[in-house]
Write a protein that binds this ligand. Structure first.
Ligand code: MG
Length: 204
């Protein structure tokens, strides 16, 4: 399986990092060694002093496809989970300044904690109106709603599939809302879709 991720999909997050608003989705990938499951602790790496949390909804691909028309894109994902796109912001800033790839800043080991539970798409009344949030030590730090995405789930699927054949089990991180900030050893993170806490782990 692969992990695809979308950058700059929420306007207020683009603004907080002074980034340019993209006219097409910004795509990057993480290796499968980035996955962190079962609410396992995240061990803060020593190569960064500025690892940011980015809470994101995650789509699970349920059918192989390429060049998928946006009209049919909804048939290619069947469930939605939640994850953190941990980002070594200091390494990323360094790479961005030089126009170099972000791989080590985004794809390092355990940089993608995800929920064990993925909620079937059929359980949502309206996937264009899903609330999600991140709490750090019980305080809400990030809050998002899918109505605020620049690029919809269906557009993302269609766009990605022009370049990459999507396969069953692939995951797509769909972008983070504003409020990204560094994590510290001892922080307890919990991520929610609506009123369901689906992911909870500690930074060690
Ligand atoms: Mg992200």
């Amino acid at each position: 399986m692969r992990i695809f991720a979308i950058g700059r999909n929420y306007v207020e997050h683009i603004q907080e990092l002074n980034n340019e608003r993209p006219d097409e989705p910004v795509i990057f990938t993480k290796p499968d060694t980035a996955l962190l499951k079962n609410n396992a602790p995240f061990y803060h790496p020593d190569f960064s002093t500025d690892v940011h949390h980015e809470v994101e909804l995650v789509l699970r691909i349920c059918k192989e496809g390429k060049n998928i028309d946006e009209t049919f894109a909804h048939k290619y994902y069947d469930s939605i989970g939640i994850g953190i796109d941990f980002t070594a912001r200091d390494l990323q800033e360094k790479a961005k300044k030089k126009g170099l790839p972000w791989d080590i800043a985004k794809g390092f080991n355990d940089s993608a904690p995800i929920s064990n539970t993925f909620i079937p798409v059929t359980e949502f009344k309206d996937i264009k109106n899903i609330n999600f949030k991140l709490e750090v030590d019980g305080d809400v730090k990030q809050q998002g709603n899918t109505s605020l995405m620049l690029f919809s789930f269906d557009y993302i699927i269609s766009y990605l599939s022009k370049f990459f054949t999507l396969k069953t089990g692939d995951l797509i991180f769909t972008g983070t809302p504003k409020g990204v900030a560094p994590v510290k050893v001892g922080n307890k993170l919990s991520a929610w879709i609506e009123d369901k806490k689906l992911l909870e782990f500690e930074v060690k």
